[in-house]
Design a protein. Structure first.
Length: 190
């Protein structure tokens, strides 16, 4: 599926083989914008928010659904549960101010968790990556949809670069990254 947003983290492969694991549904935060492919985390209210640069990552948003698990992009505009929300293209939603409290809304994010760090996510980073960046750590940007190439570190970061130029098209900004600082794992590298 081609998304209207050009950025984001997208499943490429698992180190264990097989297809993308099933996502878990989590309630999306109020008055917030989400795009499929965003790195997300659970905030102190127990709601999904976009991942803040430098903080642990719960997983990657792979779908946006009603609490009946129906893709919100397939629903009629103005219908429950998307009344009060704004849909842009085929992958972005701005939730209503009462998404978490109004039971007629309750829009959820389908999030793929990876406590083992075995899933490799494709991302077109903010700059050129080099062979010396392999296995280095990076943070995502403030939009939670792109690797900040300038954040490269040998010791810590949300993501770890595992493969350069995965498409073989000589575009050195592209890479495959695993979640290194995981919100659902009891041990992080920091």
């Amino acid at each position: 599926m081609a998304y209207s947003s050009g950025e984001g983290f997208h499943y490429r492969k698992s180190l264990y083989g097989g297809d993308l694991p099933a996502g878990m549904n989590f309630l999306l935060d109020d008055s917030a914008t989400f795009t499929i492919g965003d790195a997300v985390q659970v905030d102190t209210d127990g709601l999904i928010v976009r991942s803040t640069a430098g903080e642990e990552v719960l997983g990657v948003l792979v779908g946006i659904v009603s609490d009946a698990d129906i893709n919100v992009f397939s629903l009629d505009p103005g219908a429950a549960p998307i009344s009060g929300a704004t849909i842009t293209g085929d992958d972005t939603i701005a939730t209503s101010a009462t998404n978490s409290t109004d039971t007629t809304r309750s829009i959820n994010g389908k999030v793929v968790l990876d406590p083992a760090g075995a899933i490799l996510w494709y991302n077109d980073s903010s700059g050129t990556l080099a062979q010396t960046n392999l296995c280095q750590f990076f943070n995502n940007d403030a939009n939670a949809d792109q690797i900040d190439q300038t954040s490269a570190s040998d010791t810590n970061g949300q993501w770890q670069l595992m493969e350069l130029d995965p498409d073989g098209d000589s575009d050195a900004s592209k890479g495959l990254f695993r979640i290194a600082e995981n919100q659902n794992h009891p041990y992080t590298q920091d």
